[in-house]
Design a protein around this ligand. Structure first.
Ligand code: ZN
Length: 221
């Protein structure tokens, strides 16, 4: 597939500490699975896996305050803010296999809003870790509740889990749905219903401001 030029090897220089141990662990794993870790197609696999895993778990090394950094604004706005269909990819901590899907976030500000582009970044910080879907959902909600002190925050995550799909544990097309509701989303059924109804309105990255259903394009800018 790829040449055995020294260029790719050279590009390994500068990867984070710990990589050599990950590479060695992958070599052991490949051998224990009955393969020859030195054959051509597998020779660079430990390098690739180490890099991929460092990236897929980079959320551990990110500071949520730096991610939010200067993106909190004081505004006189207390209608529901929704960002739908934030794609995410995570690793299930039970099998180290991917689970992935979409995250939907809503909150009702209490004098403070966050830049819309920060919401996908917050999702990344918590999804690029070894996770379970329930904890991913609640960590996103709790972070927004703590940083924004909103009247309420709601997070819904829908995901497909390869550990279920590939092993045939559940139907191939089944997805798991989790939610975390804080503040008025928990206490007020009408607010919660409004949010859940808006989620059923088609697909695509769309932001709804207030209860008018007004759509704003470029939500992720
Ligand atoms: Zn799993």
């Amino acid at each position: 597939m790829d040449s055995s030029s020294t260029d790719e090897r050279a590009s390994i220089v500068g990867v984070p500490l710990g990589d050599e141990r990950i590479r060695e662990a992958v070599r052991v794993l490949v051998a224990e699975l009955g393969e020859d870790p030195t054959r051509e197609g597998l020779a660079k696999t430990p390098d690739r896996v180490a890099k991929a895993l460092q990236f897929l778990t980079s959320g551990y090394r990110q500071d949520i305050d730096k991610v939010i950094n200067n993106a909190l604004f004081t505004v006189d706005y207390s209608e529901m803010v929704i960002v739908k269909d934030i794609d995410f990819y995570s690793l299930c901590e039970h099998h180290l296999l991917p689970f992935f899907g979409r995250c939907h976030i809503a909150y009702i500000p209490r004098g403070k809003v966050i830049g819309l582009s920060k919401l996908p970044r917050i999702v990344e910080v918590f999804s690029r870790r070894l996770q379970v879907q329930e904890r991913l959902t609640s960590q996103i909600a709790e972070t927004l509740a703590a940083k924004l002190d909103p009247l309420g925050v709601a997070v819904v995550v829908e995901a497909s889990h390869l550990c279920m799909m590939m092993r045939g544990v559940e139907k191939q097309n089944s997805s798991a749905l989790t939610s975390a509701m804080h503040g008025v989303f928990r206490t007020d059924a009408r607010t919660r219903t409004e949010f859940l109804d808006l989620l059923r309105l088609g697909r695509g990255a769309t932001v709804f401001g207030g209860d008018s259903g007004h759509q704003t394009d470029g939500a992720y800018a």
